[in-house]
Design a protein. Structure first.
Length: 363
């Protein structure tokens, strides 16, 4: 159970500290794609830590049940809970325990339902928006986009079925052809990268766990970084200057719910980034810093899982009488069991009881 506790503490630490560390290394957008990966790994790391903690706890329970010779950790826990549930510690404790159990079950079910509902709602919103845009507008073969008769200069993409890029008559009139092509390249990069899935995930987690700093910060930073990724994709074809000019021209466009717009997120930071692109040395340093931070975030669950596996293996060997070399320490001819990391069912061995077989062997 020690591994389970360590995993939970590790997940809590990452959830609290990772936002500050990752923001420092990813916010400038020097390596936006790697930055997105780092944020996703931090999110997954917290989730994996929680799942592994549950699995280790279950493994401890199975091991205790498979060795009924002595009370295990879970046996003691269940006995205490049983006594509390039947009212042995008083009616107040009994009612409190039952209420807490019911509240935990309701909370877990509610969170799972809310996350699924949020993801489905985001999917339905984008599909409906795509359908309505195709109904209200007309397809422009030269641009491979749906054109809507609106004076406001707006361009965005909607991940519907099929995915749709929407532009207005206003943006066609306001932008030069090269700027318009750069905007369309930006939107196609969003669709190719399936960026809407990343936004749905991060925003869904925020709606379910609004008080977790990691999820709140990740939703904001990932939204900015994927815009920078799309900027880079457009700049590789049309040049940084062209993308910068197009972004400035669109910077007064409004954000539309459920869509990805070229000028809807972090416009000032993106303009500054395009105006002064990072040099190769800066990109190398940024990748090194982000990779190091990502490795530190990732290595925790892996080490804990390895220690848990080693601890379980040691316990199994000791039960077969094969763990003396690694799991025991000899002192004055008496073999004393040392609790390995990840194995909690060992108890201190009474040395007086061990002296009896030793004295018999001496005779």
């Amino acid at each position: 159970m020690s591994v389970a506790v360590c995993l939970l503490l590790y997940g809590f630490t990452v959830a609290v500290l990772a936002p500050r560390v990752l923001c420092r290394f990813t916010r400038d957008g020097t390596a936006p794609r790697l930055g997105v990966v780092a944020w996703l790994i931090a999110i997954v790391s917290v989730g994996v830590s929680a799942v592994l903690a549950v699995l280790v706890f279950v493994a401890d329970g199975i091991r205790d049940l498979a060795n009924p010779g002595g009370p295990g950790v879970l046996d003691e826990c269940f006995l205490q809970l049983h006594d509390a549930a039947i009212g042995r510690y008083g009616g107040i404790v009994q009612v409190g325990l039952l209420a807490l159990t019911g509240a935990a079950a309701v909370a877990g079910s509610t969170l799972a339902y809310k996350l699924i509902r949020t993801l489905l709602h985001a999917r339905n919103t984008t599909y409906e928006h795509s359908r309505m845009a195709r109904i209200a507008g007309r397809h422009h073969g030269g641009l491979d986009a749906v054109v809507i008769d609106v004076d406001e200069p707006v361009a965005y993409c909607v991940a519907g079925s099929p995915p749709t890029i929407v532009v207005t008559e206003g943006i066609i009139a306001a932008l030069e052809d090269r700027h318009l092509l750069a905007v369309l390249a930006h939107e196609r990069a969003h669709l190719r990268g399936r960026h809407h899935l990343l936004l749905a995930l991060t925003r869904g987690l925020v709606s379910v766990f609004p008080h977790i700093a990691l999820f709140r910060t990740a939703a904001r930073e990932v939204a900015l970084l994927i815009e920078m990724c799309a900027d880079d994709a457009a700049a590789r074809t049309h040049g940084h200057r062209t993308v910068l000019e197009a972004l400035i021209a669109l910077s007064h466009g409004r954000e539309t719910a459920g869509v990805l717009g070229a000028a809807s997120v972090g416009v000032e930071a993106r303009i500054a980034r395009l105006a002064t692109p990072a040099d190769p040395a800066q990109r190398v340093r940024a990748r090194l810093h982000i990779s190091t931070a990502t490795a530190l975030v990732t290595i925790g669950p892996l080490v804990a899982a390895l220690l848990a596996a080693v601890g379980i293996a040691i316990c199994a060997d000791e039960e077969r009488g094969e763990g003396i070399a690694f799991g025991h320490h000899r002192t004055d001819g008496i073999s004393l069991a040392i609790t390995p990391f990840g194995c909690d069912e060992h108890r201190s061995i009474d040395a007086a009881k061990m002296l009896v077989p030793i004295e018999r062997r001496a005779r």
